[in-house]
Design a protein around this ligand. Structure first.
Ligand code: SF4
Length: 359
């Protein structure tokens, strides 16, 4: 799938743009001043497969918390700052790896110059983010509402401010909650600049509706070669965003697939809560390392037909009434109480992964 060539920026050790693999981002929803809670959530995000994390920096205490968060975080950290250039300066001083800040929103040019001087010293990229819902009044009036052209013009205004100050470590996002609008805005921006694009559908909604919107919006752009980093925004725990992001990338062949999960549709023979079991297996296996070939795992509803129906699976479990089976390539290898099925499967897979991981 040919990808639009973009410039490269580095957020900590992670490269975005310039043909690098597409990077998955998320954002913590903890109080940033609560360093322990924030680090704990970052760890959970990293374990799920997130690669870069953003934190909200609302006040000076949060900006000073950056020191501990950025130095102990498993992931490069971006500070999300609105309006107050002093918070950006503190966050930079405290070791932040990236900023999300619109230079046109922080006031006088000398304030922008101070921020640019600080980011230049450390080569910290700035993401310019225009959201359809918060488009400037003048632009809304000029374009008679929220339009893709208006969103692009707004982003270009911010970009030009940084360019005039001699800074080009820039990423751009143009999110909207309406998928056709964000598609048009990103396409237009991709034709106009070669800065890396951070792609997402904002306020996408709950897991159910947000998943569909994100898959269609982000997936469509990626399939056209547009996008260097993605964020799936879902209401609630940000960790739930990561399997969706991974799923989008894997579906398009943009990330190697480690696991191919098979689960039966259930029928009158099913005597376990198979949907929950399959969900748990999927979640646990969502961040396996890359293997020498995709691992096939089956979660089947009954002990009578399950192993046979999933003969081609490397490993599988089949539920029953109280008892269940662990099987390998269609052959039953153990019988055990239902509650032990999942841990036993995970142990088998852990051993397999040790022998078959690529890195
Ligand atoms: Fe039904 Fe068993 Fe087949 Fe699942 S594996 S669909 S429970 S027969």
């Amino acid at each position: 799938m040919p990808r639009k060539q973009t410039k490269e920026v580095k957020i900590g050790h992670v490269t975005i743009g310039g043909g690098a693999p597409i990077v998955i981002q998320s954002m913590t929803n903890t109080d940033t001043r609560d360093v322990l809670a924030t680090l704990k959530q970052i760890e959970a995000l990293a374990q799920a497969g997130c690669e870069v994390v953003r934190i909200a920096v609302l006040d000076q205490d949060a900006a000073y918390a950056v020191k501990e968060i950025a130095s102990q975080s498993m992931l490069p950290v971006i500070a999300d700052i609105h309006f107050d250039y002093r918070l950006a300066l503190i966050a930079i001083e405290q070791g932040i790896h990236g900023l999300r800040l619109n230079p046109g929103n922080i006031g006088a040019r000398w304030k922008v110059q101070e921020v640019v001087r600080a980011v230049k010293e450390r080569e910290i990229p700035i993401r310019i983010g225009v959201n359809g819902g918060s488009l400037d009044k003048e632009i809304r009036e000029k374009y008679h509402g929220i339009t893709a052209e208006g969103m692009v013009e707004s982003a270009l205004n911010h970009i030009h401010i940084l360019e005039e100050e001699g800074y080009d470590k820039i990423k751009v996002s143009l999110k909207a909650s309406e998928v056709p609008l964000m598609l048009k805005a990103y396409r237009l921006m991709s034709e106009t600049v070669d800065y890396p694009l951070h792609v997402g559908v904002t306020e996408a909604g709950t897991v159910r509706s947000g998943l569909i919107k994100s898959a269609v919006g982000i997936g469509t752009l990626l399939a056209e070669g547009i996008g260097d980093t993605i964020r799936v925004s879902l209401t609630g725990d940000p960790v739930q965003e990561i399997p969706v992001a991974l799923g989008i990338l894997r579906t398009l062949g943009l990330k190697e697939r480690s696991v191919d999960l098979i689960s039966c549709p259930t029928c009158g023979r099913t005597q376990v809560n198979l949907a929950e079991l399959a969900d748990q297996v999927e979640m646990k296996l969502s961040h396996l390392p890359v293997l020498d070939r995709p691992l096939k795992v089956a979660v089947m509803g009954c002990a009578v037909n399950g192993p046979g129906e999933a003969r081609e699976a490397d490993f599988g479990i089949a539920g029953g009434k109280g008892m269940g089976l662990l099987f390998r390539k269609g052959e039953i290898v153990a019988r055990m109480p239902e509650a032990e099925l999942l841990p036993a499967l995970l142990e088998e897979i852990e051993n397999y992964v040790k022998e078959h991981r690529k890195d």
